[in-house]
Write a protein that binds this ligand. Structure first.
Ligand code: SF4
Ligand code: SF4
Ligand code: SF4
Length: 179
């Protein structure tokens, strides 16, 4: 699971990422201005992860599943709000918090087991259970690691409108150590 160029480098470090909206979204301001909240994208999502959120605007809910990047939501939308499928869908940043069981020395690999991009792996150690390792460059922001986490220790933040064709994924995962 996608933050969806090198544009992250243009983002001031203290500027918060946006909450998830929809993949391939061009411009959040345009989205708020032009989305008529018709719900067409909700109906076609094969994974049923798009819900109508605040103000009736569609938003992705990773507690319901992952984005398979099928592009059906964009195809269904009558508005010119999205990039082509050749663009990366969004820029992503995932944070692993101190709720992580493995960081608390309890065996758990739920996130890694569900990440087909190997963006979270585990490393064996001495005297501790295997510890999570993150690999920023591999994360696509699919969200598949979110729902399986038994302690809601993962937070995936997405930023729209910062993508261009043919760039490799440049998503970033950050990890906050157990306190
Ligand atoms: S770390 Fe999570 S959001 Fe990123 S690719 Fe893996 S499963 Fe998807
Ligand atoms: S790309 Fe497909 S799976 Fe992802 S939100 Fe759109 S319709 Fe759903
Ligand atoms: S299909 Fe397009 S206009 Fe309709 S709710 Fe979804 S994003 Fe908004």
């Amino acid at each position: 699971m996608v933050d969806l160029t090198k544009r992250r480098w243009f983002r001031p470090s203290k500027q918060p990422l946006m909450n998830p909206t929809l993949p391939w979204l061009r411009d959040p301001a345009q989205f708020l201005d032009e989305c008529d909240r018709c719900g067409a994208c909700v109906k076609v999502c094969e994974n049923h992860i798009i819900t109508l959120g605040s103000g009736g605007f569609p938003t992705v809910d990773f507690t319901q599943g992952e984005c398979s990047f099928c592009y059906q939501c964009v195809k269904a939308c009558p508005k010119p709000l999205f990039y082509s499928q050749q663009h990366t869908p969004w820029q992503a940043e995932i944070t692993l918090t101190s709720n992580c069981l493995a960081l608390r020395n309890v065996e758990c690999r739920g996130c890694s087991d569900n990440c087909e991009y190997q963006a979270i792996t585990f490393q064996l150690g001495i005297g501790r259970v295997a510890q999570p390792q993150v690999h920023n460059e591999r994360c696509v922001g699919c969200g598949a690691c979110i729902a399986p986490c038994p302690t809601q220790a993962l937070s995936l933040e997405l930023q729209a409108g910062i993508t261009k064709p043919s760039d490799p994924h440049t998503h970033t995962i950050t990890i906050t150590e157990c306190q």
